[in-house]
Design a binder for this molecule. Structure first.
Ligand SMILES: Cc1ncc(COP(=O)(O)O)c(C=O)c1O
Length: 434
Protein backbone atom coordinates (compact mmCIF):
# COMPACT_ATOMS: atom_id res chain seq x y z
CA UNK A 1 0.00 0.00 0.00
CA UNK A 2 2.48 2.66 1.14
CA UNK A 3 5.36 3.88 -0.97
CA UNK A 4 8.88 3.60 0.42
CA UNK A 5 7.96 0.97 2.97
CA UNK A 6 10.48 -1.78 2.27
CA UNK A 7 12.32 -1.65 5.62
CA UNK A 8 9.07 -1.81 7.59
CA UNK A 9 8.03 -4.81 5.50
CA UNK A 10 11.34 -6.58 6.08
CA UNK A 11 11.20 -5.90 9.82
CA UNK A 12 7.66 -7.19 9.96
CA UNK A 13 8.74 -10.47 8.36
CA UNK A 14 11.60 -10.78 10.84
CA UNK A 15 9.38 -9.89 13.81
CA UNK A 16 6.74 -12.38 12.64
CA UNK A 17 9.15 -15.21 13.47
CA UNK A 18 9.40 -14.27 17.15
CA UNK A 19 6.20 -12.38 18.02
CA UNK A 20 2.57 -13.20 17.19
CA UNK A 21 1.65 -10.92 14.26
CA UNK A 22 5.12 -9.39 14.61
CA UNK A 23 3.95 -6.93 17.27
CA UNK A 24 3.58 -6.73 21.05
CA UNK A 25 -0.03 -5.54 21.04
CA UNK A 26 -2.70 -6.62 18.56
CA UNK A 27 -3.64 -2.98 18.02
CA UNK A 28 -0.23 -2.29 16.45
CA UNK A 29 -0.85 -4.70 13.61
CA UNK A 30 -2.38 -2.97 10.59
CA UNK A 31 -1.98 -5.86 8.13
CA UNK A 32 0.68 -7.66 6.13
CA UNK A 33 3.08 -5.25 4.48
CA UNK A 34 1.26 -2.15 5.74
CA UNK A 35 2.31 -2.12 9.38
CA UNK A 36 4.81 0.67 10.02
CA UNK A 37 7.82 0.01 12.24
CA UNK A 38 9.07 3.10 14.01
CA UNK A 39 12.52 4.52 14.54
CA UNK A 40 12.13 7.82 16.34
CA UNK A 41 9.64 10.26 17.82
CA UNK A 42 10.23 13.87 18.81
CA UNK A 43 7.72 16.64 19.52
CA UNK A 44 4.71 16.11 17.27
CA UNK A 45 6.58 14.06 14.68
CA UNK A 46 7.40 10.40 14.08
CA UNK A 47 9.91 8.75 11.77
CA UNK A 48 9.56 5.16 10.59
CA UNK A 49 12.43 2.79 9.77
CA UNK A 50 12.25 3.78 6.10
CA UNK A 51 12.85 7.42 7.04
CA UNK A 52 9.27 8.57 6.32
CA UNK A 53 8.28 11.46 8.56
CA UNK A 54 4.77 11.93 9.92
CA UNK A 55 2.82 14.48 11.94
CA UNK A 56 1.65 12.14 14.67
CA UNK A 57 -2.01 12.14 15.77
CA UNK A 58 -1.86 8.72 17.44
CA UNK A 59 0.50 9.91 20.17
CA UNK A 60 1.02 6.38 21.43
CA UNK A 61 -2.80 5.86 21.81
CA UNK A 62 -3.04 9.12 23.73
CA UNK A 63 -0.37 9.41 26.44
CA UNK A 64 1.80 12.04 24.78
CA UNK A 65 0.22 15.24 26.08
CA UNK A 66 3.36 17.42 25.96
CA UNK A 67 5.17 15.99 22.97
CA UNK A 68 7.38 12.99 22.23
CA UNK A 69 10.71 12.84 24.09
CA UNK A 70 9.86 16.03 25.96
CA UNK A 71 13.17 17.36 27.27
CA UNK A 72 12.08 18.44 30.74
CA UNK A 73 10.33 15.13 31.41
CA UNK A 74 13.27 13.09 30.15
CA UNK A 75 15.71 15.13 32.23
CA UNK A 76 13.72 14.52 35.40
CA UNK A 77 13.58 10.80 34.64
CA UNK A 78 17.33 10.62 34.04
CA UNK A 79 18.07 12.58 37.21
CA UNK A 80 15.87 10.30 39.30
CA UNK A 81 16.90 6.93 37.88
CA UNK A 82 20.51 7.75 38.61
CA UNK A 83 19.52 7.39 42.23
CA UNK A 84 18.02 3.97 41.70
CA UNK A 85 15.08 2.65 39.72
CA UNK A 86 13.47 0.32 42.22
CA UNK A 87 13.67 0.48 45.99
CA UNK A 88 10.17 -1.02 46.37
CA UNK A 89 9.65 1.29 49.31
CA UNK A 90 7.87 4.63 49.17
CA UNK A 91 9.68 7.81 48.11
CA UNK A 92 8.97 11.47 48.73
CA UNK A 93 8.72 12.04 44.98
CA UNK A 94 5.86 9.58 44.85
CA UNK A 95 4.03 11.29 47.71
CA UNK A 96 4.37 14.56 45.78
CA UNK A 97 2.87 12.94 42.69
CA UNK A 98 -0.13 11.75 44.73
CA UNK A 99 -0.53 15.24 46.20
CA UNK A 100 -0.55 16.71 42.71
CA UNK A 101 -3.16 14.19 41.53
CA UNK A 102 -5.41 15.02 44.48
CA UNK A 103 -4.92 18.74 43.89
CA UNK A 104 -5.67 18.56 40.17
CA UNK A 105 -8.52 16.01 40.00
CA UNK A 106 -11.56 17.44 41.75
CA UNK A 107 -13.19 14.21 43.00
CA UNK A 108 -10.00 12.45 44.08
CA UNK A 109 -9.31 12.56 47.81
CA UNK A 110 -6.96 9.56 47.90
CA UNK A 111 -5.28 7.56 45.18
CA UNK A 112 -2.94 4.64 44.56
CA UNK A 113 -0.53 4.09 41.69
CA UNK A 114 -0.49 1.27 39.15
CA UNK A 115 1.48 0.74 35.95
CA UNK A 116 -1.17 0.64 33.25
CA UNK A 117 -4.74 1.66 32.60
CA UNK A 118 -5.74 -1.99 32.62
CA UNK A 119 -4.44 -2.41 36.14
CA UNK A 120 -6.07 0.81 37.30
CA UNK A 121 -9.54 -0.29 36.15
CA UNK A 122 -9.00 -3.81 37.51
CA UNK A 123 -8.10 -2.45 40.95
CA UNK A 124 -10.97 0.06 40.92
CA UNK A 125 -13.42 -2.74 40.13
CA UNK A 126 -12.13 -4.85 43.01
CA UNK A 127 -12.43 -1.93 45.41
CA UNK A 128 -15.98 -1.25 44.19
CA UNK A 129 -16.97 -4.89 44.66
CA UNK A 130 -15.42 -4.99 48.09
CA UNK A 131 -17.04 -1.73 49.13
CA UNK A 132 -20.55 -2.69 48.01
CA UNK A 133 -20.39 -6.43 48.66
CA UNK A 134 -21.91 -6.87 45.18
CA UNK A 135 -20.46 -8.37 42.01
CA UNK A 136 -22.23 -7.08 38.89
CA UNK A 137 -20.58 -4.42 36.73
CA UNK A 138 -22.51 -2.28 34.26
CA UNK A 139 -20.52 -1.04 31.26
CA UNK A 140 -21.39 0.58 27.95
CA UNK A 141 -20.96 -0.90 24.49
CA UNK A 142 -17.93 0.45 22.65
CA UNK A 143 -16.17 1.54 25.83
CA UNK A 144 -12.82 -0.08 26.54
CA UNK A 145 -11.41 -0.39 30.03
CA UNK A 146 -8.22 -2.31 29.30
CA UNK A 147 -7.43 -5.96 28.84
CA UNK A 148 -8.66 -7.38 32.14
CA UNK A 149 -11.41 -9.99 31.73
CA UNK A 150 -14.06 -8.23 33.82
CA UNK A 151 -14.95 -5.54 31.30
CA UNK A 152 -13.48 -6.77 28.00
CA UNK A 153 -17.03 -7.28 26.81
CA UNK A 154 -18.95 -5.57 23.99
CA UNK A 155 -16.01 -3.45 22.99
CA UNK A 156 -15.17 -4.37 19.41
CA UNK A 157 -17.85 -6.75 18.18
CA UNK A 158 -19.95 -5.61 15.24
CA UNK A 159 -22.89 -3.87 16.87
CA UNK A 160 -25.22 -6.34 15.11
CA UNK A 161 -23.94 -8.98 17.55
CA UNK A 162 -25.14 -6.96 20.52
CA UNK A 163 -28.82 -7.84 20.04
CA UNK A 164 -31.69 -5.48 20.67
CA UNK A 165 -30.80 -2.32 22.56
CA UNK A 166 -33.58 -3.01 25.06
CA UNK A 167 -31.89 -6.27 26.02
CA UNK A 168 -28.23 -6.18 24.91
CA UNK A 169 -26.12 -9.32 24.69
CA UNK A 170 -22.68 -8.92 26.34
CA UNK A 171 -20.06 -10.18 23.87
CA UNK A 172 -16.64 -11.24 25.14
CA UNK A 173 -13.92 -9.55 23.07
CA UNK A 174 -11.62 -12.56 23.18
CA UNK A 175 -11.48 -16.29 23.43
CA UNK A 176 -10.12 -17.18 26.83
CA UNK A 177 -12.38 -14.89 28.84
CA UNK A 178 -14.31 -17.11 31.27
CA UNK A 179 -17.94 -17.36 30.21
CA UNK A 180 -18.99 -17.19 33.82
CA UNK A 181 -17.87 -13.55 33.90
CA UNK A 182 -20.65 -12.82 31.40
CA UNK A 183 -23.02 -13.40 34.31
CA UNK A 184 -21.35 -10.58 36.18
CA UNK A 185 -21.68 -7.97 33.48
CA UNK A 186 -24.54 -5.92 32.10
CA UNK A 187 -23.98 -3.98 28.90
CA UNK A 188 -25.94 -1.07 27.49
CA UNK A 189 -25.70 1.35 24.57
CA UNK A 190 -23.92 4.58 25.56
CA UNK A 191 -26.26 7.56 25.98
CA UNK A 192 -29.28 5.28 26.37
CA UNK A 193 -31.13 7.20 29.09
CA UNK A 194 -34.19 5.00 29.02
CA UNK A 195 -32.24 1.72 28.99
CA UNK A 196 -30.11 2.91 31.88
CA UNK A 197 -33.17 3.85 33.95
CA UNK A 198 -34.73 0.46 33.19
CA UNK A 199 -31.62 -1.52 34.15
CA UNK A 200 -31.16 0.45 37.36
CA UNK A 201 -34.79 -0.16 38.32
CA UNK A 202 -34.40 -3.91 37.73
CA UNK A 203 -30.84 -4.55 38.91
CA UNK A 204 -29.63 -1.40 40.69
CA UNK A 205 -29.37 -3.11 44.04
CA UNK A 206 -27.15 -5.90 42.65
CA UNK A 207 -24.75 -3.61 40.77
CA UNK A 208 -21.35 -3.04 42.38
CA UNK A 209 -20.19 -0.44 39.87
CA UNK A 210 -21.21 1.45 36.80
CA UNK A 211 -18.03 2.06 34.84
CA UNK A 212 -17.84 4.39 31.89
CA UNK A 213 -15.45 6.48 29.88
CA UNK A 214 -16.74 10.07 29.97
CA UNK A 215 -16.78 10.07 26.17
CA UNK A 216 -16.29 6.99 24.02
CA UNK A 217 -12.53 7.33 23.78
CA UNK A 218 -12.34 3.95 22.09
CA UNK A 219 -15.18 4.58 19.69
CA UNK A 220 -14.51 7.79 17.78
CA UNK A 221 -14.77 10.05 20.86
CA UNK A 222 -18.58 9.97 20.90
CA UNK A 223 -19.57 12.57 23.49
CA UNK A 224 -22.01 12.03 26.33
CA UNK A 225 -25.38 13.67 25.65
CA UNK A 226 -26.15 16.48 28.09
CA UNK A 227 -27.36 14.95 31.33
CA UNK A 228 -26.20 11.37 30.69
CA UNK A 229 -23.19 11.37 33.02
CA UNK A 230 -25.25 13.29 35.57
CA UNK A 231 -27.96 10.64 35.37
CA UNK A 232 -25.36 7.94 36.07
CA UNK A 233 -24.16 9.97 39.06
CA UNK A 234 -27.70 10.35 40.38
CA UNK A 235 -28.87 6.76 40.01
CA UNK A 236 -25.64 5.17 41.27
CA UNK A 237 -25.96 7.26 44.39
CA UNK A 238 -29.58 6.28 44.78
CA UNK A 239 -28.90 2.55 44.44
CA UNK A 240 -25.62 2.52 46.37
CA UNK A 241 -23.43 1.54 43.39
CA UNK A 242 -19.91 2.86 42.88
CA UNK A 243 -19.59 5.18 39.88
CA UNK A 244 -16.20 4.58 38.24
CA UNK A 245 -15.19 7.15 35.66
CA UNK A 246 -12.48 5.72 33.43
CA UNK A 247 -10.31 8.73 32.67
CA UNK A 248 -7.41 6.75 31.23
CA UNK A 249 -7.76 8.69 27.97
CA UNK A 250 -9.43 11.90 29.14
CA UNK A 251 -7.47 12.45 32.37
CA UNK A 252 -4.92 15.28 32.23
CA UNK A 253 -5.97 15.70 28.60
CA UNK A 254 -9.41 17.23 27.97
CA UNK A 255 -8.79 19.49 31.00
CA UNK A 256 -6.12 19.55 33.70
CA UNK A 257 -8.57 17.78 35.99
CA UNK A 258 -9.92 15.60 33.16
CA UNK A 259 -13.62 15.01 32.59
CA UNK A 260 -14.39 15.60 36.26
CA UNK A 261 -13.34 19.19 35.80
CA UNK A 262 -14.72 19.50 32.27
CA UNK A 263 -18.20 18.25 33.21
CA UNK A 264 -18.09 19.31 36.86
CA UNK A 265 -18.74 15.69 37.77
CA UNK A 266 -17.85 13.83 40.97
CA UNK A 267 -17.68 10.08 40.44
CA UNK A 268 -16.82 7.80 43.38
CA UNK A 269 -13.66 6.47 41.76
CA UNK A 270 -11.66 7.47 38.70
CA UNK A 271 -8.86 5.78 36.79
CA UNK A 272 -5.87 7.43 35.12
CA UNK A 273 -2.86 6.46 33.00
CA UNK A 274 -1.68 7.77 29.61
CA UNK A 275 -1.27 11.57 29.91
CA UNK A 276 -0.33 11.23 33.58
CA UNK A 277 3.20 10.30 32.52
CA UNK A 278 3.53 11.70 28.98
CA UNK A 279 4.24 8.20 27.70
CA UNK A 280 6.07 6.61 30.63
CA UNK A 281 4.40 3.63 32.33
CA UNK A 282 2.40 5.04 35.22
CA UNK A 283 -1.27 4.86 36.17
CA UNK A 284 -3.48 5.65 39.14
CA UNK A 285 -6.92 5.05 40.56
CA UNK A 286 -8.51 7.11 43.27
CA UNK A 287 -11.59 8.82 44.57
CA UNK A 288 -13.57 9.20 47.74
CA UNK A 289 -11.64 8.75 50.96
CA UNK A 290 -14.37 6.57 52.42
CA UNK A 291 -14.09 4.09 49.53
CA UNK A 292 -10.30 4.20 49.02
CA UNK A 293 -9.75 3.73 52.76
CA UNK A 294 -10.92 0.11 52.59
CA UNK A 295 -7.67 -0.73 50.77
CA UNK A 296 -5.47 -2.37 53.35
CA UNK A 297 -8.48 -3.22 55.49
CA UNK A 298 -9.13 -6.63 54.00
CA UNK A 299 -8.84 -5.35 50.44
CA UNK A 300 -5.71 -6.23 48.52
CA UNK A 301 -3.82 -3.90 46.23
CA UNK A 302 -0.17 -4.15 45.26
CA UNK A 303 2.28 -4.40 42.39
CA UNK A 304 6.07 -4.57 42.25
CA UNK A 305 6.30 -1.76 39.71
CA UNK A 306 3.58 0.49 41.14
CA UNK A 307 6.10 3.16 42.06
CA UNK A 308 8.59 2.52 39.27
CA UNK A 309 10.96 5.47 39.22
CA UNK A 310 10.78 6.37 35.53
CA UNK A 311 6.98 6.42 35.69
CA UNK A 312 6.84 8.39 38.93
CA UNK A 313 9.49 10.89 37.80
CA UNK A 314 7.71 11.35 34.46
CA UNK A 315 4.38 11.90 36.24
CA UNK A 316 6.01 14.45 38.57
CA UNK A 317 7.48 16.39 35.65
CA UNK A 318 4.37 16.13 33.47
CA UNK A 319 2.00 17.32 36.19
CA UNK A 320 4.40 20.14 37.13
CA UNK A 321 4.41 21.35 33.52
CA UNK A 322 0.62 21.01 33.23
CA UNK A 323 0.25 23.16 36.36
CA UNK A 324 2.74 25.75 35.18
CA UNK A 325 2.19 26.22 31.46
CA UNK A 326 -0.79 26.92 29.18
CA UNK A 327 -0.77 23.36 27.83
CA UNK A 328 -4.53 22.90 27.80
CA UNK A 329 -5.26 26.34 26.35
CA UNK A 330 -2.74 25.87 23.53
CA UNK A 331 -4.04 22.42 22.62
CA UNK A 332 -7.62 23.61 22.80
CA UNK A 333 -7.04 26.49 20.43
CA UNK A 334 -5.09 24.45 17.87
CA UNK A 335 -7.30 21.39 18.15
CA UNK A 336 -10.45 23.46 17.70
CA UNK A 337 -8.99 24.93 14.51
CA UNK A 338 -8.23 21.43 13.25
CA UNK A 339 -11.70 20.13 14.09
CA UNK A 340 -13.39 23.11 12.42
CA UNK A 341 -11.10 22.85 9.40
CA UNK A 342 -11.91 19.18 8.89
CA UNK A 343 -15.61 19.91 9.23
CA UNK A 344 -15.36 22.53 6.49
CA UNK A 345 -13.47 20.14 4.23
CA UNK A 346 -16.23 17.52 4.57
CA UNK A 347 -18.93 20.15 4.04
CA UNK A 348 -17.23 21.36 0.87
CA UNK A 349 -17.08 17.78 -0.36
CA UNK A 350 -20.81 17.50 0.31
CA UNK A 351 -20.28 14.59 2.71
CA UNK A 352 -22.49 14.31 5.75
CA UNK A 353 -20.08 14.00 8.66
CA UNK A 354 -20.03 14.36 12.41
CA UNK A 355 -16.87 15.71 14.04
CA UNK A 356 -16.94 14.61 17.68
CA UNK A 357 -14.99 15.00 20.89
CA UNK A 358 -12.67 17.66 22.26
CA UNK A 359 -9.76 19.59 20.74
CA UNK A 360 -7.27 17.37 22.60
CA UNK A 361 -9.01 14.18 21.50
CA UNK A 362 -11.53 13.98 18.68
CA UNK A 363 -12.66 12.00 15.70
CA UNK A 364 -15.18 12.05 12.88
CA UNK A 365 -17.67 9.73 11.29
CA UNK A 366 -18.58 10.16 7.64
CA UNK A 367 -21.92 9.32 6.02
CA UNK A 368 -24.01 9.86 9.15
CA UNK A 369 -25.81 12.87 10.61
CA UNK A 370 -25.89 11.87 14.26
CA UNK A 371 -23.79 9.54 16.42
CA UNK A 372 -24.63 8.89 20.05
CA UNK A 373 -23.42 5.31 20.54
CA UNK A 374 -21.43 2.55 18.87
CA UNK A 375 -24.59 1.24 17.21
CA UNK A 376 -24.98 4.58 15.36
CA UNK A 377 -21.27 4.79 14.61
CA UNK A 378 -21.44 1.36 12.96
CA UNK A 379 -23.55 2.93 10.20
CA UNK A 380 -20.77 5.36 9.29
CA UNK A 381 -18.59 4.84 6.24
CA UNK A 382 -15.55 3.18 7.76
CA UNK A 383 -14.11 2.14 4.38
CA UNK A 384 -14.04 5.77 3.35
CA UNK A 385 -12.43 6.73 6.68
CA UNK A 386 -9.72 4.15 6.02
CA UNK A 387 -9.09 5.33 2.48
CA UNK A 388 -8.61 8.86 3.83
CA UNK A 389 -6.22 7.63 6.51
CA UNK A 390 -4.17 5.66 3.99
CA UNK A 391 -3.90 8.65 1.67
CA UNK A 392 -3.00 10.94 4.59
CA UNK A 393 -0.27 8.59 5.80
CA UNK A 394 1.18 8.61 2.28
CA UNK A 395 1.40 12.40 2.62
CA UNK A 396 2.95 12.41 6.10
CA UNK A 397 -0.06 12.78 8.40
CA UNK A 398 -0.70 9.85 10.73
CA UNK A 399 -3.95 9.31 12.60
CA UNK A 400 -4.52 5.76 13.80
CA UNK A 401 -5.49 3.20 11.19
CA UNK A 402 -8.40 2.04 13.34
CA UNK A 403 -11.37 4.40 12.76
CA UNK A 404 -12.48 3.93 16.38
CA UNK A 405 -9.27 5.41 17.73
CA UNK A 406 -9.49 9.20 18.15
CA UNK A 407 -6.98 11.76 16.96
CA UNK A 408 -4.86 13.18 19.79
CA UNK A 409 -3.08 16.51 20.01
CA UNK A 410 -0.10 17.51 22.10
CA UNK A 411 1.41 20.77 23.33
CA UNK A 412 4.10 20.28 20.67
CA UNK A 413 1.69 20.34 17.72
CA UNK A 414 2.39 23.69 16.07
CA UNK A 415 0.19 25.99 13.99
CA UNK A 416 2.26 24.81 11.03
CA UNK A 417 1.37 21.17 11.82
CA UNK A 418 -2.33 22.08 11.82
CA UNK A 419 -1.98 24.02 8.53
CA UNK A 420 -0.19 21.11 6.90
CA UNK A 421 -2.73 18.58 8.19
CA UNK A 422 -5.65 20.58 6.82
CA UNK A 423 -3.85 20.97 3.49
CA UNK A 424 -3.27 17.22 3.34
CA UNK A 425 -6.86 16.37 4.27
CA UNK A 426 -8.27 18.79 1.69
CA UNK A 427 -6.07 17.06 -0.86
CA UNK A 428 -6.89 13.49 0.22
CA UNK A 429 -10.63 14.21 0.19
CA UNK A 430 -10.27 15.49 -3.38
CA UNK A 431 -8.22 12.50 -4.47
CA UNK A 432 -10.51 9.97 -2.79
CA UNK A 433 -13.59 11.62 -4.39
CA UNK A 434 -12.02 11.20 -7.80
C1 LIG B 1 -10.42 4.27 28.60
C2 LIG B 1 -9.32 3.28 28.73
N1 LIG B 1 -9.22 2.53 29.83
C3 LIG B 1 -8.21 1.65 30.01
C4 LIG B 1 -7.27 1.45 29.03
C5 LIG B 1 -6.15 0.46 29.24
O1 LIG B 1 -4.96 1.14 29.44
P1 LIG B 1 -3.56 0.40 29.20
O2 LIG B 1 -3.42 0.20 27.73
O3 LIG B 1 -2.55 1.33 29.79
O4 LIG B 1 -3.63 -0.88 29.95
C6 LIG B 1 -7.33 2.20 27.86
C7 LIG B 1 -6.34 2.03 26.80
O5 LIG B 1 -6.44 2.53 25.72
C8 LIG B 1 -8.39 3.14 27.71
O6 LIG B 1 -8.50 3.87 26.60
Amino acid sequence: MFKNFSKSQALQQRARKVMPLGVNSNFRYWGEGITPYMKKAKGSHLWDVDGNEYIDYRLGFGPIILGHAYDEVNQKVIEEIQQGTMAAMTTELEVEVMEKIVEMCPGVEMARLACSGTEATMHAIRVARAYTGREIILKFEGNYHGFQDYTLWSTYAPATAYGNRRNPIPIAASSGIPRVLGEKIITLAFNDFEGFERVMRSFGEQIAAVITEPCQGNCAAIEPLPGFLELIRQRTEEYGCVFILDEVKTGFRIAKGGAQEYYNLRPDLATYAKSLGNGYPVAAFGGKREIMSIIGDGVAHGGTYNNNKPGVAAAWATLTILQREPVMETIQQRGRRLMNGLKEIFEEAGWPAVVMGYPAMFSFAIGVEKVTCQRDWNNSDQDLYLRLVEAAIERGVMPDYDPREPWFLSYSHSEADIDRTLEVYADVVKSVRK
